[in-house]
Design a protein around this ligand. Sequence first.
Ligand code: FMN
Ligand code: SF4
Ligand code: FES
Length: 549
Amino acid sequence: MTVRRQAVVQFERRYGRRGQDVLAQLGEAARANAIDPGDVDRVAAELGLPRAHVNGAASFYSDLQGDRSERHVRVCTGAACFAASAGAHLGECEAAAAAGSASSERVYCLGYCYGGPAALDGDTPRVGPDVAAQIEGTAEYCDPEIPYAVAVDDPVVLARLARGAEPWASWRAVLGRDGGQTVLDQALASGLRGRGGAGFPAARKWQAAAEMAGQRYLIANGDEGDPGSFADRLLMERDPHGVLEGMALAALACGATHGYAYVRSEYPRASAAMRKAVAEARAAGALSQDAHGSGVDFDVDVFDGARSYVAGEETSLIHSIEGLRGSVLARPPFPTENGLFDRPTVVNNVETLSALPWIVEHGGDAYSALGTDESKGTKLVCLNERFQRPGVYEVEFGTSLRTICDELGGGLRDGARMRCVQVGGPLGGFLGPAALDVPLSFEGLAAQGVDLGHGGLVAFDERVSGADLLRHVWRFAADESCGTCFPCRIGSQRGHELADRAGDGPLTSQDAVLQEQLIETMGEASLCAFGRSIPSPVRTLMAIYAGEI
Ligand SMILES: Cc1cc2nc3c(=O)[nH]c(=O)nc-3n(C[C@H](O)[C@H](O)[C@H](O)COP(=O)(O)O)c2cc1C
Ligand code: SF4
Ligand code: FES
């Protein structure tokens, strides 16, 4: 098998060393001061790793950059907070932080898109229109719970949260039987597709790993980088045992004996809730060697990310756990052949895994009876603060976006007029109000030129101009490109420059042509779905605001 790994990794393989403590140790150093060469030397020496390995990570992840005061404020500049204040909160929050001798930085999404604009003061949330005053200390702190509701008779993913279904019941039930095959059979029958964005059939991934020999890993992807999505935060914070049970069932199906729950650093509470649940599940014998006396071994470690949107991509995420830069790898080989620590690895989204206990309990046929031909089952969708009733909703695939926006979300607040909805995060695309009759499904949205992504719906009203939105899209691309391939690394910077140059007016016709050439190149030649997807938001936005941008 040809595996293209960095030289430092080849070296470590030879000497049997692993870098999974690199991000934690660098994170510790970055909290005290800006990371300097001495920190890199020390961490490399303590872990017995080449300096290049540690330095690569130190210079990549956003959490490891810059100087911080003892008090540090992360201010959200993600799409939902941008929609909430048209960006006005950014300067106000930064000024309030500076007045309190705190350092501050802009981050993309803290998972409070239903109540923003949002900031994290240390690890404490400040949320709402008066977020700057909350940072200043002149307004009461606001930390709203995530609102959620079910719009299906029998919720699948929210079964435990909304209906009190008992966690670990499916795990106990399958352990006694031919568990792995049972889970695989039911997942195959269910037609479950991954919820992380690509929509890959879950059972096929597990089958591919199951056919491999030796140590295998299962990773729950809790990076949830899409601004506008907070469903995984809800699941990890409020239903962590459901996430762990889903991981255990998937591990049984693919033969993994160890798992990692990867949680983004912008979700400190999710990380704490997952760690607590792991300890409880170990104490109860659910996660252990010989779980419940079945002869099945499975245990989980919780891993905190260090802030990088691209680290949600599976090969980048694997590098991140290995303590490397979050560079994306070309595939094949797929992680199911060669992944974490060079072993076969399955990466699944948190929501995908959370559907599994219900599927195993009720059967794959019951699940596939829900939804559309190509999109089976239910989906969590997230509505941002602009809606009258923002929050997480579990809906059946095939429900129209209009029903979701108008009936569940209640339309926009304060009688505002909707200009567009961003679907599926920064890589998904935009729909105008006239296009909302489209059914929520992988195929329905693709026919409109947008991607489902992780199911975030961010509504924009008239306070945000098309020019502002275009700049926002390109700024995100430029800020978060991992830099591995040049069409995306350079294209995202050039696109940002074009949008900046246009100011509040339309692009010149020459720049419009240049922009089209840029996105065509990015779409054709980028290494991963990040660069390849940028044409979709740019083109759909240009169509909606035709004549304005
Ligand atoms: C730039 C980029 C960012 C991604 N971010 C996430 C993420 O935050 N969460 C996630 O589950 N998948 C993310 N993905 C998709 C993962 O690569 C992978 O397909 C997914 O975790 C697999 O899980 P699933 O099969 O359950 O969907 C991202 C992909 C790309 C290209
Ligand atoms: S497309 Fe962008 S994010 Fe993906 S590998 Fe290339 S530079 Fe990195
Ligand atoms: S909290 Fe700001 S976009 Fe999600």
